[in-house]
Design a protein around this ligand. Structure first.
Ligand code: UT7
Length: 326
């Protein structure tokens, strides 16, 4: 049976660092509050004029270089993002152009912070069906450009970045063992950027009302995330007939250290098996899992034949997991 196998990873973070001390100068907050409630110490901010596709391009270049596969050999490019360069064309088409991946079809996926795993699941289906052999999946977001820098309840949380993986069709027992994706649109109001679409097309009024920035019902979202992720990870392991102790690493979406700890506790996993980089980058939305995965691979925390579990939760609401034998 065909499997989708991640053969290389890459990531990119913008240079500019905004620390919690910098945040204290912008809004009524403190390093102590941000650290205790979220685990974040600093985040990266894309430069003026630097777009989501610019960051995705850097991450994709790194992943392709690592894979030894040429951009021209790709059959498909999927970009997970909620901060596209523009409403259309898709960021994936802009990336395809930059990479000169002439043979690849390209489209975006919008599943907010779960976007990378939704895109991975889509890539897996294309590969398992035999429709594609080589697929590039990127998760890239520039949420700093959609943050209300006067709203302390959201602006301290988010950062920018991109991660990418190259997948190939493979036989054998390593590769993606499962991906599971879920949505509950009845909770769409929990986390949103209300303006800029057909509901509230951009006008002077929508700008004045602040409709183009992120609104989140943080504490409610937090409680749903903890509950949902706890059952998601146990169900995923059960489905794959694995015990938590067989996992080499849990690679969670980096939204809040307390959410990550709650999920690890539910599995009885020691924290040294959990890949955490939220202190450096904050919540980078669709980019957070592929960035963490790339760091884990590069630092030798993920090795051949290891079982790793990826999981995410985000706007939509959406949530997803993937179990991989590396
Ligand atoms: O990534 C996808 C999905 N997103 C998430 O999963 C995020 C989920 N939510 C969270 O991570 C947390 O809810 C937050 C980090 C956003 C907030 O933490 P919390 O423990 O849920 O705090 P809270 O919203 O209940 O607020 C507690 C207090 C409030 O003050 P009062 O009303 O108790 O006086 C807030 O106004 O903390 C206040 N507060 C702040 N204080 C200092 C909120 N933001 C800040 C801030 N600095 N930046």
């Amino acid at each position: 049976m065909l499997k989708a196998k991640i053969v290389a990873t890459g990531s990119y973070l913008p240079e500019k660092i905004l620390t919690n001390a910098d945040m204290e100068k912008l809004v009524d907050t403190s390093d102590e509050w941000i650290t205790e409630r979220t685990g974040i110490k600093e985040r990266r901010i894309s430069a003026d004029g630097q777009t989501t596709s610019d960051m995705a391009y850097e991450a994709a270049k790194n992943a392709l270089k690592e894979s030894g596969i040429k951009a021209g050999e790709l059959d498909l490019i999927i970009v997970a993002t909620v901060t596209p360069d523009m409403p259309f064309p898709s960021t994936a088409c802009l990336l395809q152009n930059r990479l000169e991946a002439k043979k690849a079809a390209a489209f975006d996926i919008n599943a907010a912070c779960s976007g990378f795993l939704f895109a991975l699941s889509t890539a897996e289906s294309f590969i398992k069906s035999g429709a594609c052999k080589r697929v590039l999946v990127a998760g890239a977001d520039a949420l700093s450009k959609f943050v209300d820098w006067e709203d302390r309840t959201t602006c301290v949380l988010f950062g920018d970045g991109a991660g990418a993986v190259v997948l190939e069709a493979a036989t054998g027992d390593s590769g993606i063992l499962s991906t599971d994706i879920y949505s509950d649109g009845s909770l769409w109001e929990m986390l949103k950027v209300p303006g800029g679409g057909s509901k509230h097309p951009p006008t002077k009024e929508t700008v004045k009302k602040g409709l183009h920035s992120i609104k989140m019902r943080g504490n409610e979202t937090y409680k749903i995330a903890v509950r949902t992720l706890e059952s998601l990870v146990t169900d995923t392991l059960k489905k794959n007939k694995l015990k938590p102790s067989q996992l080499a690493a849990l690679i969670p979406h980096q939204a809040n250290l307390r959410i990550i700890q709650a999920t690890a506790n539910r599995l009885g996993l020691p924290l040294d098996k959990v890949v955490v980089n939220i202190e450096k980058y904050g919540n980078t939305s669709a980019a957070s899992i592929p960035i963490a995965l790339d760091e884990a691979v590069r630092t030798g925390r993920v090795r051949k034949d290891d079982y790793i579990l990826l999981e995410a939760f985000g706007g939509g609401l959406t949530w997803a997991s993937s179990l991989i034998k590396w």
